[in-house]
Write a new protein. Structure first.
Length: 366
């Protein structure tokens, strides 16, 4: 019974400081970045009040997700620093409660914050980023005309399965042409029909492919049984205009994890460099998992007497956060350069942090 009261007490101390950290760090990010960009949109494009309000709120999820690890570190440093300075940690140990047992509530909070951050980073952040881009491009900048773009992907999904996949290497806005077009038809999860064309042009409210080849692929995958024919012109079964197609194209930060994986697989099959997307995919897990790691690091560091004050605890958290994000940025750059596999390069800062956390916890438990 006393242990449960103790758990709730420690949990409450860390949790309240964690919430304070989210507000404090979010305010810093908003003040130094978001408000500056909004001021630019007002002065350069004459953004309306409605658009500015939309942009402000849609930018918050992308800001908040970065504050979870920082706030968890700050919460553990300040909470355990205060408990240590007031000799409450010493009193708990004298009652036979081990250091590891004392740290359980903070570690459990860090673990569940990490799980919540994965969910938040999967469903809320991509949606907000996508909506942000739409408001910025169409309401503020007024980019209603389609822009040239690389790697166009159009998917027709029915009952959760892709039945038609269209890929174009590039869209040329000046000529309203998609270059290097491939259309794949699927039956029962397998490719049954392929059409390759030199280009597809938007003509008379329809897409017309030019200079292509059609392949019918039988179920037994016997190459000799494949049917092949060429064509000069063929209508592409897509009714969407260039503007509608480009509006549906997403940047990596606007995709869910499932969409990222599908996009990576499609581009790999066409020998396109996917390092940037792979980096984004792995960071969807590494950044949320950092909350648990920072709890592991912050608990033992908070026990040090010289870190008992709030100002010093805040300073230490800033230093650790800076070091972590420097390593994370370097890991992302290494992953995109291909010097190391993306999974290793992106996870490396977390692995180092995890080792450091276990080492510090072991030292503090002595």
């Amino acid at each position: 019974m006393h242990i449960r009261i103790l758990d709730r007490y420690i949990f409450h101390e860390v949790y309240m400081t964690f919430l304070f950290g989210i507000c404090a760090f979010s305010a810093v990010f908003i003040g130094s970045g978001t408000l500056f960009r909004i001021a630019q949109y007002i002065t350069e494009y004459g953004a309306s009040l409605t658009s500015v309000i939309k942009i402000f709120f849609l930018s918050l999820p992308g800001v908040v997700i970065w504050t979870f690890p920082m706030s968890m570190l700050l919460g553990c440093l300040l909470a355990f620093g205060r408990l240590s300075a007031s000799s409450e940690i010493t009193a708990m140990k004298s009652c036979g409660v081990s250091f590891h047992r004392i740290s359980y509530p903070a570690l459990i909070l860090g673990f569940f914050v990490s799980l919540f951050a994965v969910w938040f980073n999967e469903y809320i952040v991509p949606w907000a980023n996508s909506a942000y881009a739409r408001v910025l491009n169409y309401e503020i900048k007024g980019n209603t005309a389609p822009q040239s773009q690389e790697h166009i992907i159009i998917k027709d999904i029915q009952n959760g399965q892709i039945v038609r996949l269209i890929y174009a290497r590039r869209y040329d806005a000046a000529t309203e042409t998609m270059e290097g077009v491939t259309m794949q038809m699927f039956e029962g999860g397998r490719v049954s029909h392929v059409e390759d064309a030199e280009y597809a042009k938007w003509e008379k409210n329809q897409w017309v492919m030019h200079n292509g080849i059609i392949y019918d692929i039988p179920k037994d995958s016997n190459k000799d049984a494949q049917h092949k024919m060429t064509f000069a012109q063929q209508v592409l079964p897509v009714k969407d205009s260039p503007a509608a197609i480009l509006r549906d194209q997403k940047k990596p930060e606007e995709m869910t994890i499932k969409e990222l994986r599908e996009q990576i697989q499609i581009l790999r099959e066409r020998f396109v460099n996917t390092k940037k997307m792979e980096t984004e995919l792995y960071q969807r897990f590494t950044i949320p998992f950092a909350s648990f790691i920072f709890a592991l690091v912050g608990i033992p560091l908070g026990l040090q007497p010289q870190r008992s004050s709030s100002s010093r605890g805040f300073a230490v958290s800033i230093i650790i956060i800076f070091i972590y994000y420097v390593f994370m940025t370097m890991g992302g750059a290494i992953a995109q350069s291909g010097a190391l596999p993306a999974a290793i390069a992106v996870w490396l800062p977390n692995i180092v942090g995890l080792i450091a956390g276990f080492f510090l916890m072991r030292q503090a438990a002595r």
